[in-house]
Design a protein around this ligand. Sequence first.
Ligand SMILES: Cc1cc2nc3c(=O)[nH]c(=O)nc-3n(C[C@H](O)[C@H](O)[C@H](O)COP(=O)(O)OP(=O)(O)OC[C@H]3O[C@@H](n4cnc5c(N)ncnc54)[C@H](O)[C@@H]3O)c2cc1C
Length: 484
Amino acid sequence: MQIDFSELGNSSVDVCIVGCGAAGLSMAQRLARRGYRVALCEGGDHEYSERSQEIYQGESLGDPYIPLFSTRLRYFGGSTNHWGGICRPLDTYDFAAKPAAPKATVWPIGREALEPYYAEAAEILGVLPLPPDSDIPGSGLKRIHFSAPPPTRLKSKYSAFVHAAGTLFYCPTANLFGLETSQGRVTRAIFRDYTGNERSVSAHYFVLACGGIENSRLLLWCNRQANGQLIKYPDTLGRYWMDHPHATIGRALFLAPERVGLDLDHTVFLAPTPESIAERGILNCGLRLHRMGDEDTEQLIDDLAFAAPALGRELNDKAFGKRLMCGALLRAAWEQEPHPESRIELDTATDKLGMPRARLIWRKTPLDAKTVRDTTLLLGEYLRDRNMGRLQLAPWLASEDIEHIEFPIDGEIAGRHHMGGTRMSLTPDQGIVDTDCKVFGQANFYIAGSSVFPSVGHANPTLTLTQLALRLSAHLERQLGQRI
Ligand SMILES: Cc1cc2nc3c(=O)[nH]c(=O)nc-3n(C[C@H](O)[C@H](O)[C@H](O)COP(=O)(O)OP(=O)(O)OC[C@H]3O[C@@H](n4cnc5c(N)ncnc54)[C@H](O)[C@@H]3O)c2cc1C
């Protein structure tokens, strides 16, 4: 049921969940269906409002990034109100140490820990069944697939449930402002509405689910307010922040487009095999091949012929009389190296509620550049060595100087996938939460969302973060005991 801000904290609850995005809603609806009493606190309004969205303004230093104001949405449903709905699970080997950066990339849990929650997460997000990946022999690449249905809007899907569920107390305009602790437990969560009124909630368990930037910002602030008693091991707090860099990486001509599936599909996705990742010393990377029309393909042949006349004659001979070859525009979205200097901080400017705004310092590394270049070269070498086509790298990627590569600052830049900042680890010196997503040093305080990812593969994050949220829900259900 929806409650007014003035009623917040009046009812006793098992779990207080802060944030109504994919993570918070997945947990809240699951817990409420099982009879647990849940306070679901949303800082925004039920609909989009300027007064809430404005709180997402923030400074962005470091590598150029999308304005923080527009990379996320601050109301019921969170960023699923404008997400693309494209999903794919992380690869099994994304959870293992990648040789290029073994300490930074390893997860303390494996993919098998998330498998039991796949079907439930897929139902919540509307994920379609995916065909299996298939190796492309001799290329070091495999063909992969994404689920891309019309995006599920969690606001439409769960509004009625949230208003009807008897054990769920949903309160919009409840902005988390502080967390009180005593003897290693969070005792109360303090909320402010837009007129400066404060209410507090007590619960057995507290879950922070405010998205991949706000989770760090709120913890940095609440920890400052609590004189360091909330996050007792704060070395990595806000750090190892990541997105999936996105860029156009070139064009390719395919003489045998059926070898990669481009004869039937307009867009084909490729990724390096785990063997290539290890041999090349790179991270994971998704290549997107968008088939060109005949006119653009002919232009590409002309451009390749201009650069290499002998090749051009050969290509023209092959093209003559047949329409088998086709060109493709190449894009990539790839895994970033987890790096402590890529981080969220508190700004000196404050928002209207009196909390310091978020400041993002996004940093990409030479390994990020190597990852996208070597993956692209895998495709180029495959086409060249078998005389099956040619690849033309985008000028920015053709630079020999991988240490100082200039990533493009126009176009997509990044996926708006906010990850890291409160990473999962085995020990508190390496991260903020343990393998149950529980904050180190607190007995009843948990974090849900992609901020806990220690490393990120190349797949869009929401399916994985939803699996993790459902796994956290199951953990809390075990702690609380059966209700119905
Ligand atoms: C344009 C765009 C396209 C995307 N496309 C895809 C895609 O195709 N596939 C994919 O996997 N991912 C995609 N993403 C990413 C995806 O949207 C996020 O991974 C996902 O929505 C994160 O869910 P969340 O619950 O962790 O956080 P959020 O969705 O950010 O939800 C956080 C919630 O917390 C609330 N909140 C914030 N601060 C407070 C506070 N102080 N107190 C109380 N509540 C607060 C917010 O209002 C919000 O309801 C896209 C993102 C964008 C922006």
